[in-house]
Write a protein that binds this ligand. Structure first.
Ligand SMILES: *[C@@H]1O[C@H](CO)[C@@H](O)[C@H](O)[C@H]1NC(C)=O
Ligand SMILES: *[C@@H]1O[C@H](CO)[C@@H](O)[C@H](O)[C@H]1NC(C)=O
Ligand SMILES: *[C@@H]1O[C@H](CO)[C@@H](O)[C@H](O)[C@H]1NC(C)=O
Ligand SMILES: *[C@@H]1O[C@H](CO)[C@@H](O)[C@H](O)[C@H]1NC(C)=O
Ligand SMILES: *[C@@H]1O[C@H](CO)[C@@H](O)[C@H](O)[C@H]1NC(C)=O
Ligand SMILES: *[C@@H]1O[C@H](CO)[C@@H](O)[C@H](O)[C@H]1NC(C)=O
Ligand SMILES: *[C@@H]1O[C@H](CO)[C@@H](O)[C@H](O)[C@H]1NC(C)=O
Length: 661
């Protein structure tokens, strides 16, 4: 018999010729529940510039992230519980700077959670601290010596979310990528229950699978208290002890990769393979949106990019459309089908159902070079083009067609095909046949609400304006921080001094007065950066008001480091101290003294500082009169402008003005 007549005899079944065959059947019982795909805002300050975007662009960005059936349509939003300390790309303010202080309107995470809920009322919310204000540790750099105090602090945040913003927090974490403490976790669970917050589930420990998994196995009370084991950058695999706990396993932080086509490939691969290889039922990306100065650590490691509020320009990067392949066609609470999701010639698939007849299959064939994540290392493997046949059984056996969505990643976004609707794909006698190429993503689904919704192009990219002024004179500021200022140590907030006779009623004030319980080695000084990293020549003027005799304030230009590297930042720093001296240093730490002398500056008095950087020459003025001149500077050649203080002391700033080139 000739081959063609065999094909004719077999009908649809001819498709099975030389293919990988996979059976999708809900009659064998469903697999674990799916908990969703999400992203992290914070850890730290990663959404800082988003809040400063003008409308309508800010809402468009939020729509791409959170609106169901629109873009990334995220299921989970995880936010940092600000701890007044550096947490990667900046500091985020705490709701309790001091022991007797409570304020649930600082920062932008409250706002972001509300914007997310507005668009998707069923989005899940997670809170996690990276750092804590210093009073929690009573002077020690450790949050667990007084577990009742730490519990009070965290539970207050959850209660404040409800009371002031009507936000129900679904999950709470322990301490990002740092030690956990079993006693603290148990007290936290006990206190949540006592406050009728049983619905708030605990994730631990936002680090590696161990030691939390082992501790849970040997401590039944701990095992009882923890609902989800959250591991970071698991490389799609888990460990035996984690499985033995019988708890949900999540990649509670993952991705963290530059958001080009390889970053998109990383994300596509781990979204499937975290389940296929490691039984993880949720994956959460760091970070939600790259809204921090790009030269900060991990620049553009967000699902999309919105780092230019002054121009309104933003970019919807490929990871957004990779996310849509899963999020638009599944929901937390759906179930994975029981099937080994490894494709015969490399790549993977997952199949999920709502248990009500809906079916969604997501397939990825990412090659090694096209899907490396920042960490962990990816061992070599091969993927080849292949034919795959899915046999639909059980409730799915009668399906006649499935909606098909398609992406193919190239090495440039312009050349990639991203989240394209290919319409209904026929199913022939319960068989779905696909010819899979390389670096492709397919979604096949009964869900018909998928949608790719582009807004018209945002405005073109523009550098930060060369001239920028802020007098901080805002009566009802929408956020506690001033536009474009990116706090790197300490917290700079709008301040009103009603008893000021006139000129300095509205100011910007550094408010952290004690070294926080840090996440990295914070600078001993406070600093807030602003502007364009490429700036070379500067004239910076700012009024300063040192509130303590122990203090000191500076203005600076060419500041070359931020985020986790802030403590070793170089630049040209012009300092004044309330003992009547000044200094010019080449670094934030104050080790490289270029010039020093007397200034007559005093605490509790306003003074105007001016720093002029021109080529290799620097000079400084006090209250409009030259104080020092012709200091020679070589490095760094460029960097941001900055303001800050010598230590954790209250200090005010006013009438900031930078002119740069
Ligand atoms: C995932 O779970 C299944 C069933 O519970 C189990 O058979 C399998 O070994 C697990 N996978 C891993 C990587 O532990
Ligand atoms: C699938 O989900 C939709 C809602 O998304 C629902 O209306 C429908 O009944 C479900 N079942 C099937 C078989 O499509
Ligand atoms: C992957 O990248 C490496 C290094 O860039 C290159 O040598 C290799 O040929 C690439 N492999 C494929 C299959 O493209
Ligand atoms: C896009 O594809 C074209 C045609 O294959 C190729 O010449 C070009 O180099 C690609 N662009 C980029 C940026 O990779
Ligand atoms: C507020 O202004 C008054 C009057 O100038 C001054 O005495 C006081 O120190 C200021 N308070 C703060 C906190 O700046
Ligand atoms: C900075 O100033 C120096 C000295 O005046 C000048 O030579 C150089 O062109 C300036 N650079 C920029 C980018 O303005
Ligand atoms: C600084 O340099 C300028 C120009 O070279 C010169 O006129 C001035 O006298 C110098 N000032 C000091 C204090 O050396």
């Amino acid at each position: 018999m000739r081959l063609w007549s065999l094909v004719w005899l077999l009908g649809c079944r001819a498709a099975a010729w030389r293919s990988g065959n996979y059976w999708l059947d809900d009659a064998v019982g469903l697999g674990p529940q799916f908990d969703g795909i999400g992203a992290i805002s914070g850890g730290g300050a990663t959404s800082r510039l988003l809040v400063d975007y003008p409308e309508p662009y800010r809402s468009q960005i939020l729509d791409y992230l959170f609106m169901p059936n629109f873009g990334a349509s995220l299921h989970i939003l995880k936010v940092e519980i600000g701890g007044d300390a550096q947490s990667t790309d900046g500091t985020e303010p705490s709701h309790m700077h001091y022991e007797n202080d409570e304020n649930y309107f600082r920062g932008y995470e409250w706002w972001l959670m509300k914007e997310a809920k507005k668009r998707n009322p069923s989005i899940k919310l997670i809170g996690l601290p990276w750092a804590f204000p210093g009073w929690i540790g009573r002077g020690k750099n450790w949050p667990y010596d007084y577990p009742d105090v730490t519990t009070y602090y965290i539970v207050s945040w959850i209660i404040g979310a409800k009371r002031f913003h009507d936000l129900d927090i679904d999950y709470i974490g322990i301490w990002n990528e740092r030690s956990f403490n079993s006693k603290y976790i148990k007290i936290l669970r006990y206190t949540l229950d006592k406050q009728e917050l049983q619905r708030v589930r605990i994730i631990a420990s936002d680090d590696l699978w161990e030691p939390i998994s082992f501790n849970m196995l040997v401590d039944s009370e701990l095992r009882e208290a923890v609902d989800i084991i959250g591991a970071h950058y698991p490389g799609t695999t888990t460990v035996k002890t984690a499985q033995l706990t019988l708890k949900k396993l999540w990649a509670s932080e993952d991705y963290s990769t530059f958001n080009n086509e390889v970053g998109a490939g990383c994300w596509a691969r781990i979204l499937n393979q975290n389940y296929v290889n490691g039984n993880m039922t949720a994956t959460i990306a760091w970070n939600l949106v790259a809204s921090y100065y790009e030269e900060m650590p991990f620049g553009r490691c967000g699902l999309m990019t919105a780092q230019e509020p002054w121009s309104g320009h933003y970019t919807v990067n490929s990871p957004i459309w990779v996310t849509a392949h899963t999020t638009q066609f599944t929901q937390p609470g759906w179930y994975y089908l029981r099937v080994d999701g490894h494709l015969e010639k490399g790549g993977s698939f997952v199949a999920l159902t709502d248990g009500l007849g809906n079916l969604t299959i997501i397939i990825e064939t990412m090659t090694h070079n096209h899907s490396k994540c920042i960490r962990p290392p990816l061992f070599p493997y091969t993927v080849s083009p292949q034919k795959a046949v899915f046999y639909l059984k059980g409730s799915f056996s009668k399906l006649k067609s499935l909606q098909m969505w398609y992406s193919k990643l190239e090495f440039s976004t312009a050349n990639s095909t991203l989240f394209q609707s290919l319409g209904p794909k026929n199913i022939c006698e319960g068989m779905l046949t696909l010819n899979l190429g390389l670096d492709e993503i397919y979604t096949l689904t009964t869900v018909t609400t998928g949608h790719k919704s582009p807004f018209s192009e945002p405005p073109p990219s523009q550098p930060f304006p060369f001239t920028y002024k802020d007098d901080f004179n805002i009566r009802n500021p929408p956020f506690s921080e001033a536009p474009y200022f990116a706090d790197q140590t300490g917290v700079f907030e709008y301040f009103i001094n009603a008893s000021d006779p006139g000129e300095h009623v509205f100011t910007l004030r550094q408010v952290v007065t004690q070294r926080p319980i840090t996440w990295v080695i914070d600078a001993k000084n406070t600093v807030s950066t602003i502007g364009n990293y490429k700036w070379i020549n500067f004239t910076i003027t700012c009024d300063i008001y040192i509130e303590s005799n122990k203090g000191g304030a500076f203005i600076a230009g060419r500041v070359n480091k931020g985020g986790i590297y802030t403590a070793i930042a170089e630049g040209i720093f012009f300092w004044v101290f309330p003992d009547g001296t000044y200094q010019v240093t080449g670094d934030l730490a104050g080790n490289k003294i270029l010039m020093k002398g007397l200034s007559g500056v005093r605490a509790n008095r306003w003074h105007t500082l001016t720093l002029i950087l021109k080529g290799s020459s620097a000079s400084g003025m006090l209250n409009g009169y030259p104080l020092w001149e012709n200091v020679t500077t070589k490095s760094p050649e460029n960097g941001w402008a900055a303001i800050g203080t010598h230590s954790f002391e209250l200090t005010q700033f006013d009438n900031f003005h930078v002119q740069a080139s």
